[in-house]
Structure formats: C-alpha cells, structure tokens
Design a protein around this ligand. Structure first.
Ligand SMILES: [Zn+2]
Length: 218
C-alpha cells in the first residue's frame, strides 16, 4: 500500500522519464507536481528507502522495477476508469481526466479486475492511450500524426497528443472523434494547414497545430 502522494510522485517520474528509466531531475518533478524542490527531495529519500526509486544526488532519479510496476498499475486504473466514465456514465472525453486522477488511487485489485471485466477488457482509453494489462504490459499500435500524412492518405483517429479540455472540445465541435475516418484532401504549403474529410462526408480545414495533435492509425 502506497499513499496517494507517493503514487503521484511515481507516476510523475514515469511520465517525465519518457516512460523509461532515464534520470529525471528534482526541479522537473517539483514543476510537474507544483511543489517545492525541498519537498521533492524528502519524498525521493522516502521512496528510495522503500526500494521504489534509485536516487543519486545531482544525477536525478529513476524508477526501480518495483516502482515501474506501481506506475503502470496506477496508469492502468486511471485509463480503465476513464473508459468507465465515458462509456457507462456518459461523461465527455474532456471531462474524465480530473475524476480519474482521484479514482486511480483506489487500491482494491479485485475492484480493478472486475472493472476491467465489466468493460470487456478495453485496450485503449478514450484518448487513445493504451491500457496496461494486469501484468503491466503496454500494447502500442502503429500510429502517425495527421501532420505527417500525405495528400490522399487516410486513417482512423486513434488518439490525441494533447488531452487538454480546450483541444478536445474543439475536436467535438469539428466532429472529429475517436474511430472517425479521416482523409487528407490537400495540404496548404503557406501555413501547413490541411484540408481533410471526415467519414467521407464533411470537409474542413485544420491548422498545422491541430494536425500535430491528432494520431491516426498508420
Ligand atoms: Zn487521464
């Protein structure tokens, strides 16, 4: 059993290290968790005593295998709850992250297993991010940013690179959703914006900024 705060540190380190084991510096963790560097140092010492992180002064911190296992379990719960909130409780995809930030700390393994079963063992959350399995495996599917596609290429929206509510609300408004078929009709050289069609019906122009934040199946 680990506290809410410990789990948030472990998750932050996992994300800052690029899901791997690169060293992360104390200031980056302080920024991510909006706390002081001195508090981070204290917590890292504690996590190091528990064998969850390797902490070398001035060199940064990385997760041990045990730490990484916890990170993946917290992420698994977070993403399963997001699926539950969208599919069963009719939340919008831009509303679920904050709620899942709380639900991810419920520790009952039985609850998580039943939730997974109830949802039919989903592999991706509502933002298209893969859900780690019970043993901590992550399935990654081949995907490409919309901005990298050529004229006449098409694909299905499988995820977003930016989960901020403002971006998701924009996608909703434009009728771009997970699973939508997108085809690139034209690329405008002047500003790299793209003319696309959605589901072979609606045509629209999206900025290069938007195109850099939508993943399509490759
Ligand atoms: Zn989330």
């Amino acid at each position: 059993m680990h506290s809410f705060t410990e789990e948030n540190y472990i998750k932050a380190i996992y994300k800052l290290s690029g899901n791997g084991r690169d060293g992360v510096n104390t200031n980056a963790i302080a920024d991510a968790l909006d706390t002081r560097a001195a508090s981070v140092t204290d917590m890292l010492r504690k996590l190091s005593t528990k064998g969850l992180v390797d902490y070398v002064k001035y060199k940064g911190v990385s997760l041990t295998e045990a730490g990484e296992r916890i990170a993946l379990q917290v992420i698994r719960k977070h993403r399963l709850w997001e699926v539950f909130l969208v599919e069963k409780l009719r939340f919008n995809w831009d509303e679920v992250h904050e709620v899942a930030e709380e639900l991810e700390h419920v520790s009952s393994e039985l609850l998580t297993r039943r939730l997974d079963e109830f949802l039919g063992y989903p592999q991706f959350d509502p933002h298209g991010d893969p859900i780690p399995s019970e043993s901590g495996e992550l399935k990654l599917k081949p995907q490409k940013l919309l901005a990298e596609m050529d004229v006449q290429d098409s694909g299905v929206v499988v995820g977003v690179n930016d989960s901020q509510p403002l971006f998701l609300q924009y996608l909703d408004k434009m009728g771009i959703f997970l699973g939508a078929k997108v085809k690139v009709l034209d690329k405008i050289p002047y500003d790299s914006s793209l003319e696309i069609s959605i589901e072979n019906k609606k045509n629209l122009v999206v900025s290069s900024e938007v195109a850099r934040n939508i993943f399509l199946s490759a």
